[in-house]
Design a protein around this ligand. Sequence first.
Ligand code: G1P
Length: 299
Amino acid sequence: MSKQTQKVRKAVIPAAGLGTRFLPATKAIPKEMLPIVDIPTVQYIVEEAVASGIEEILIITNSNKHCMENHFDKDYELEARLTESGKMKEVEMINDIANMANIYYVRQKEPKGLGHAVLCAKSFIGNEPFAVLLGDDVVINKGGEPALKQLIHAYDKHHASVVGVQTVAEDQVSKYGIVAPNQNVPADGRAVKLDNMVEKPSQEEAPSQMAVLGRYVLTPEIFELLESQEAGAGGEIQLTDAICRLIDTQAVYAYDFEGTRYDVGDKFGFIKATIDFALERPELKDQVMAYIQSIAEKN
Ligand code: G1P
């Protein structure tokens, strides 16, 4: 099978960040394990990957992230105790998590940036296209296809790398990788061919307001570029910079994916996700709504 027609089967979830924005909570607990209602954020990401057809997942971790491995593993003792107390629904729930996907782990030994973290997946991925999902971006597309699946369809159609984007406010561009669409190639539905990408540009320098929001499908040629990638914004090896160089040799597309994206790496984004996700739970919805209304009346 030629590389161009290979299926996207593997995904990388970089999760080696220090979680500085959530200190002190992240002193002993990885930020990926902070729960939205009662599910750790990393589980939402793994669920999206699995729902998008991914079969094998590599999580890039560091020495502080053991409990993430435990979360996706079997827990015989807990299972036995729950079984003894007749809590069979809970037994099923914890087993479902352990059976969700084939998950592997590799450590990023130094915090050298997102590009460097993705490079740690090189031998796991080999010579096939793969997905990258960032844990700070939780995307829900109620009733529709998961964000990553939309990107995979775009990859299957264009046989080229695809970055997931959405339009952000003008004063937000400096927080993201911003894409520059090729003005001479007409958009194909929600996909546009790219000319350039810039990591965290100033408002004046930003080529558009289309921001990369934590979903990528990449061809394996990205690894050679990451190997020679010099540090960029923030002194880190940036994935954006390597993708920008990939554009010189291969087509790269941006796909404006459907779905609501929550920046759970940000405190307010995390609170918004907590409220919205709680309102989606039949057992919590009425109580939470009544509480929000009572607060709104008081203020
Ligand atoms: C990373 C990427 C950036 C992307 C963002 C999405 O930045 O480097 O290109 O737009 O994630 O959340 P970070 O938020 O890790 O600084």
